[in-house]
Design a protein around this ligand. Structure first.
Ligand code: ADE
Length: 233
């Protein structure tokens, strides 16, 4: 998958992209991420990307005549069609369903918002998929872009060492239960012991116990996730 990120702060992504599973996926050619500083598309001597809002009010607005040419040029760098995403608290909420949908694309172009947002004509012209990572406001869309990249890359074939781990994740399709508690050695620490059943070697029984624990945890913490389908209806 190719992901192009358009931002005023490309350095925010550098550490994230150079560690762990994301770095591995990039090194192995499963994921390509290109960072573009939108300011390169500001052609005046002050590199102006934003301006005061018409009608007054606080904050600055990202300019349509800077942003649209920038996105159009970047889209032209690859002939594969791309979904254009705009990160904004006004967007539809990112859920695992949305992540699964995005993971089916060959290419994503993510536009990171800043300041008070974009001139509405950016949205009218580009018709982006506006995505929010939740009902709170971060300083800009870069954190949201990182969350999108991170959750989508987990679903790319071969991106995780063990192909199964994305499938059994909480919230993946067909699994709307939270994960059960996990234990490893030592068997006892500060008087706290590992549930006896996990040491029994009876894998059938262990699986049943885990199913029950997932259900129990979900019931107490996130009852909103349970519906008839949880019980096979
Ligand atoms: N920019 C600021 N807050 C955001 C949010 N919650 N989701 C996406 N982009 C954002």
């Amino acid at each position: 998958m190719r992901i192009d990120v358009l931002t005023l702060f490309p350095n925010i992504f550098e550490g994230y992209l150079s560690e762990s599973l994301v770095k591995d996926a990039i090194d192995r050619g499963i994921l390509e991420v290109n960072l573009y500083n939108m300011r390169q598309w500001a052609h005046d001597k002050h590199n102006t990307m934003d301006d005061r809002p018409f009608g007054g009010g606080p904050g600055m607005v990202l300019k349509v005549d800077r942003v649209v040419p920038c996105v159009e040029e970047i889209l032209s760098y690859d002939q594969r069609p791309s979904r254009v995403i705009l990160t904004t608290p006004q967007g539809r909420t990112l859920t695992q369903r949305v992540v699964e949908e995005l993971a089916c694309e060959q290419r994503l172009t993510i536009l990171c918002g800043r300041y008070e947002g974009f001139d509405q004509r950016v949205i009218d012209i580009l018709q982006p998929d506006e995505i929010s990572i939740g009902d709170y406001v971060t300083n800009g869309g870069e954190v949201a872009a990182t969350v999108i990249i991170d959750s989508v890359m987990r679903l790319l074939p071969g991106a995780l060492g063990d192909d199964q781990s994305a499938v059994v994740d909480s919230f993946s399709s067909g699994n709307r239960l939270l994960e059960e508690d996990q234990y490893t050695r030592p068997r006892e620490y500060r008087g706290l012991t590992v549930p006896e059943i996990l040491l029994s070697g009876d894998h059938g029984l262990i699986e049943k116990w885990r199913d029950l624990k997932r259900l129990e945890k979900t019931f107490f913490r996130r009852p909103d996730l349970l519906d008839d389908s949880t019980f096979g209806n």
